[in-house]
Ligand binder design. Structure first.
Ligand code: ME8
Length: 525
């Protein structure tokens, strides 16, 4: 096994069904996890649901059920979504699990032992929708003069006895952390926001509630449940074996470990400020980086239940295909920026890049081989390789073995896909220029060389794009006879092609992978 690599999504509130924003985060994180596995890393990928807190308690009350009943039902939709979208998580965690309660109580105890928790009275503003406390100075005014959080959600005045975490103690250690690890918060814009916030001073944080009981019990303090974010953030440790499984912790949550949190931009404050402060207090290792991705907008507009424009990711996947949706989301949106989706945009992208460019390249090359060479692997005669052949091979190899992995390692999927697509275009230009169908009569030896160059290039392209469109890429690789062990970045250059030739592999008539998608005429009005 290679070096451990831990990667997580946020855990979602299962107070409703998953939306496309949840799918986006899961898909991006999945592509990174698959990529690292293909690099030989020992990957642990965790996702799940965040089931405690007032928001869940209220949603359950609204339906007249116990919170756990709502959580059981809704959490299963999130898991179904992940399974349907081919999300290769190693662990789907639910914060209502006993194991997670134990981890949360253990980190609480560790923070208490460090002298960072004290009992006091909380008076201040709280947003149930954000499950967040806000300072008076952060609030804005709504249209009717009501107070709103910086996220635009309603806030209420809250007074209760509460445990406090001495966050104020951590201003200097946090600023040092950011200074010493410039990549801790990404992208840059998010880092600047956090820096400004922390430089402005940190107040102690209320970390328990007494007005409801749907949460993790505070050890030794009857009537208190933990503030939902304390237990939610701890989910990352639970999955890594905290507090009992030292071996697992040493593997996936170690000092200097390669630990990445992928989250949305609205919850960067919790992950980049509270979370490292809790971990420092409990004397636990810190993650390596927190990436705050952008928001998905429906045709440029914020999604909301009241606007009725919240897209169901499963409906989109059903209609356009899982890999088409994955490809669209990862190529269309620069990771870190907001992005917009619409059925037309998905159809356009899937048709132009997958059906017309890559799919067509594979389909016409492979069916030509199946038909004209009876599926036998084409060969390049000794010394017959031309400058054009070499140039294409070099270009495709550079994209697939360097540009794509470099970009995926840097959490830049759209950059990876751009490099990949340029290599696909180069193959299409090559096939048009070499015109193997014309060579069939005039120069069959040269025709075989051209087909051999293309076969190898298509194989490399299929391997390189696996993290993004795993099912389609694997279906193509299956057809091409390229085995599982060869589907990694370090074996992209072979010797698989040579082995196929020597082993006498024969190609069957290929099945098309990417049907051209149509949009109903009345769509998008
Ligand atoms: O925040 N586009 O849960 P959540 C892209 N339970 N991403 C979006 C999005 C959109 N339109 N809307 C939401 C929570 N997200 C907490 C997390 S982690 C210890 C606890 C992202 O269900 C959002 O930014 O509201 C977050 O990363 C994830 O979806 C879950 O959001």
């Amino acid at each position: 096994m290679g070096k451990p690599y831990t990667i997580t999504t946020a855990i979602s509130y299962p107070n409703g069904r998953p939306h496309i924003g949840h799918a986006y985060e899961a898909i991006a994180t999945d592509a990174f996890a698959r990529f690292q596995r293909m690099m030989g890393r020992d990957v642990f990928f965790q996702t799940g649901t965040d089931e405690h807190g007032l928001k869940m308690a209220q949603a359950a009350r609204g339906r007249g059920v116990e919170p756990i009943v709502l959580a059981d039902e809704m959490s299963s939709y999130f898991k179904d979504m992940d399974d349907r979208l081919n999300i290769s998580y190693d662990r789907f965690i639910r914060t209502s699990e006993a194991e997670h309660h134990r981890a949360s109580q253990a980190i609480w105890q560790a923070m208490a032992d460090n002298g960072d928790l004290y009992l006091d009275r909380y008076e201040g503003w709280y947003s149930i929708r954000d499950e967040a406390f806000y300072d008076e100075k952060e609030l804005t005014e709504g249209e009717k003069g009501e107070k709103l959080s910086p996220q635009g959600t309603p806030v209420e005045w809250n007074v209760e006895e509460s445990w406090f975490f001495r966050l104020s103690r951590y201003q200097e250690p946090l600023l040092r952390l950011y200074a010493e690890n410039p990549d801790f918060i990404q992208p840059e814009s998010r880092r600047n926001e956090v820096l400004r916030f922390v430089e402005g001073g940190l107040s102690d944080l209320s970390v328990s509630r007494t007005s409801f009981d749907w949460g993790v019990k505070v050890p030794g303090s009857d009537g208190h449940v933990m503030y939902v974010w304390v237990d939610a953030l701890t989910n990352y440790l639970t999955g890594c074996g905290y507090p009992d499984d030292g071996e697992r912790m040493a593997r996936y949550w170690a000092e200097g470990g390669d630990i990445t949190h992928i989250i949305g931009k609205d919850i960067v404050r919790f992950h980049a400020i509270y979370w490292p402060a809790f971990l420092m207090s409990a004397k636990l290792p810190l993650p390596r980086r927190v990436f705050g991705h952008g928001f998905l907008l429906n045709r440029g507009e914020k999604m909301s239940k009241s606007l009725g424009n919240v897209a169901d990711p499963l409906e989109l996947a059903e209609r356009f295909g899982v890999d088409q949706l994955r490809y669209f989301l990862l190529s269309e949106v620069t990771f870190g920026n907001d992005g917009s989706y619409s059925p037309e945009a998905i159809v356009m992208k899937a048709n132009s890049d997958l059906a017309n460019s890559f799919g067509n390249l594979a389909q016409r090359t492979l069916s030509f081989i199946a038909k004209n060479l009876h599926g036998a692997m084409p060969k390049i005669a000794d010394g017959a390789e031309t400058e054009e052949d070499k140039a294409l091979r070099d270009e495709v190899l550079a994209a697939c073995a360097r540009a794509v992995p470099d970009a995926l390692d840097a959490l830049a999927p759209s950059v990876a896909i751009e490099a990949w697509l340029r290599a696909v275009f180069a193959c299409n230009a090559y096939i048009d220029a070499q015109a193997p169908w014309a060579l069939r009569k005039t120069d069959p030896v040269r025709m075989e060389s051209v087909l051999a160059v293309l076969y190898e290039a298509i194989g490399m392209l299929a391997i390189a794009i696996r993290p993004v469109i795993p099912a389609s890429a694997d279906a193509l690789l299956d057809q091409m006879g390229i085995g599982g062990d060869d589907r990694t970045y370090d074996r992209i250059a072979g010797p698989w092609y040579k082995q196929l030739q020597e082993g006498g592999f024969t190609l069957s008539t290929p099945r098309p992978l990417f049907p051209r998608l149509d949009l109903p005429a009345d769509e998008g009005e």
